[in-house]
Ligand binder design. Structure first.
Ligand code: ZN
Length: 398
């Protein structure tokens, strides 16, 4: 014995269209096979509700059902083979399903929002420090202003697609579900352009160059993205997409960034490191003094509190970290050498002989000797110096 359709949906005989729809929607959500996998009873309930709604949402069939009961609609129902007319065709299944299952029963739906576009902005660390108004040029898809986006030459109109009759999709019944595919003729638009617009060639959209001034806040860093709401692509009858401005902060010659801190190195001589020194450091907000204390070691870090990068939208600032880089001299003047030797002597750590002729190192002596031999050989070869038979003899001349 078949259950009463009104009873199945839990509504009264006088239920309005929207009451029917809402009742069916609840049941369909509850018993949908996707939510009750493998549950035969749920599937039956789902089919039962779909059948009831299929009949009652169709005014003609509802009238027949009201008059003759199941017998009034059973002839139709048998034709579909799946228990009720031709599957889901003929009643607004899509309207219900796309609300909660996405576009399961419908083909393409038109986008509601324009495309998001992206552009990049390069800036110096100084600009990132202070924040800056930046003019940004970019491209975005826009509704053609000549045809207002319908793609038809002004004065003409798009025609209803003869293939899909304006639906934009072709429905195919396959077992329990009606599948729909996008109409190939009109690409899902439901209409075809007979006289294309000269500006957009019938596309309805054009690529347009735009310029916008972006207020880049202080404290940005590479990879930050500023979203400019509504500055992206436009579409007919929907709202615009967004523009994403991707920030790239250039490398700085002095500072590297670690979060909100700025890190740099300053070179100090031995003497400066030993005696202590105050150096000037050029920062994004001008010169600041860095005090290296007496006895600064290589790698020691001086922290300049609150002198670093600002944080976006916050009051605090990072620090500047200055690392001491002690420079060992590579070429000493005579005087420097003397002083270092004196220092070494004072420290009592040196094994080196003193400077001066007598104290020349073994290496220096060797190289002097080689030079002198070379000179002698050359002189011998050119006959400047008498008759010398061999380089060995030449050595004796020295
Ligand atoms: Zn156009």
């Amino acid at each position: 014995m078949k259950r009463d359709y009104y009873e199945i949906l839990g509504v009264g005989k006088n239920a309005t269209e929207s009451e029917l729809k809402s009742a069916y929607r609840k049941l369909a959500m509850k018993w949908h096979p996707d939510r009750n996998p493998g549950d035969k009873q749920a599937e039956d309930r789902f089919k039962e509700a779909a059948e009831a709604y299929g009949v009652l949402s169709d005014n003609e069939r509802r009238a027949a059902y009201d008059r003759y009961g199941h017998g009034g609609v059973s002839a139709n129902a048998a034709a579909g083979g799946s228990g009720f007319r031709s599957g889901f065709e003929g009643f607004p299944f899509g309207d219900i399903f796309e609300d909660f299952f996405g576009n399961t029963a419908r083909g393409q739906s038109r986008p509601q929002r324009g495309e998001d576009v992206q552009t990049k902005v390069r800036m110096t660390l100084e600009d990132a420090f202070a924040g800056k108004q930046v003019k940004v040029a970019y491209q975005r898809p826009e509704v053609c202003t000549t045809c207002q986006g319908d793609g038809a030459r002004p004065g003409t109109h798009p025609a209803v697609c003869p293939t899909c009759k304006g639906l934009g999709e072709i429905r195919i019944q396959q077992g329990f579900f009606a599948m729909s595919t996008t109409c190939v003729r009109c690409g899902g638009e439901g209409q075809v352009i007979t006289h294309p617009c000269g500006t957009c060639h019938g596309e309805g959209m054009v690529h347009s160059h735009k310029e916008i001034t972006v207020a880049v806040p202080a404290g940005v860093e590479t990879g930050n993205v500023l979203r400019m709401t509504g500055a992206g692509g436009t579409i007919p009858g929907g709202r615009s997409g967004d523009l994403h401005v991707v920030i790239e902060v250039e490398r700085h010659s002095v500072f590297t960034r670690k979060g909100k801190d700025l890190v740099c190195r300053l070179p100090l001589s031995f003497a400066q490191a030993a005696l202590g020194e105050t150096l000037a450091l050029a920062t994004p907000e001008g010169e600041v003094k860095v005090n290296f204390p007496e006895g600064t070691q290589a790698g020691d870090v001086i922290r300049l509190k609150g002198r670093g990068m600002p944080e976006i939208g916050r009051a605090g600032r990072g620090d500047i970290l200055v690392e001491a880089q002690i420079q060992t001299p590579t070429k000493l003047t005579k005087e420097q050498r003397k002083l270092f030797e004196q220092l070494a002597e004072l420290e009592g750590t040196s094994l080196r002989p003193k400077s001066g002729r007598k104290a020349k190192g073994v290496r220096a002596k060797m190289s002097d000797w080689v030079k002198r031999v070379g000179q002698a050989v050359r002189e011998w070869a050119t006959g400047v110096v008498g008759v010398v038979s061999t380089p060995k003899a030449a050595k004796k001349l020295l």
